[in-house]
Design a protein around this ligand. Sequence first.
Ligand code: ADP
Ligand code: MG
Length: 286
Amino acid sequence: ATPTALMVGTGRSAKMGVLIKNGQALEEVNDVKTVVFDKTGTITAGKPVVTDVVGNQEKVLQVAASLEENSEHPLAAAVMAKVSEAKITYQKAKKFKNIEGKGVKAVVNNQKAFVGSDKLSNDYLLSDEMKKQMAKLQNDAKTVVLVGLNEKIIGLIAIQDTPKKTATEAITELRSRGLKTVMLTGDNQRVAQAIGRQVGIDQVIAGVLPNEKADHVKALQQSGKVAFVGDGINDAPALTVANVGIAMGSGTDIAIESGEIILIQNDLLGVVRALDIAKKTFNRIK
Ligand code: ADP
Ligand code: MG
């Protein structure tokens, strides 16, 4: 590629909110066979909101608040917003521990407590009734966190994070160009499938721990070049391993550093634009 052609390509894309850090990345976009997306903050808006509380609402939110007050996870922010809206007062937790990709644990009022996925619930009793309610909420595309206290699950908090306005359109466009689309998430299988259905994605890989994302990208590379689109700290290794790393402008610094293409407007249609620009740029030179 000539430098001039590359500059034209990257200049045009910048106007559309697609920042291309290097020409080689743009050239590789032409050979991509699979586009892999992170869920939270990439396919979804990343603004989760509490929609349902199962159990004694005050008690459940009280325990959850003591734990989530210490967490920087987007789900924690959703819980704290609900707690302040419902004017719930709560105690300070002790021995706070973040369990990455699973939730948080601490001691509240001298009792062991946790908030998080069922991956943390091993020692806690989950009734059949709770299991049923959980499945129902998850099928509605809601992330359900369990609240455990003193070896019992005292309640559930359902949290909704809706897909971005252009997510379905972007995925439809990519598929019509013959690309395979995949969603990779730490969230539960049911929730991931429900959101996957909403946006029409080809494949959903759920329950992935943060340190496993890059391995999934490597596995998908067996069938051709992969672009990975993400925003979080835990997306950085996958962004690096992918043939083309595409980061959200709203993402964490480390994600933006790891990506070769940045979507300034956080709009997934930027992926489609990058493809079109790559095609135009490199066709013209040939
Ligand atoms: P994602 O890949 O969707 O960004 P994470 O890997 O950050 O998800 O988290 C995976 C799951 O772990 C969440 O869906 C949630 O069930 C649980 N989890 C993680 N952190 C927290 C927290 N602070 N509070 C409640 N649940 C949490
Ligand atoms: Mg994310």
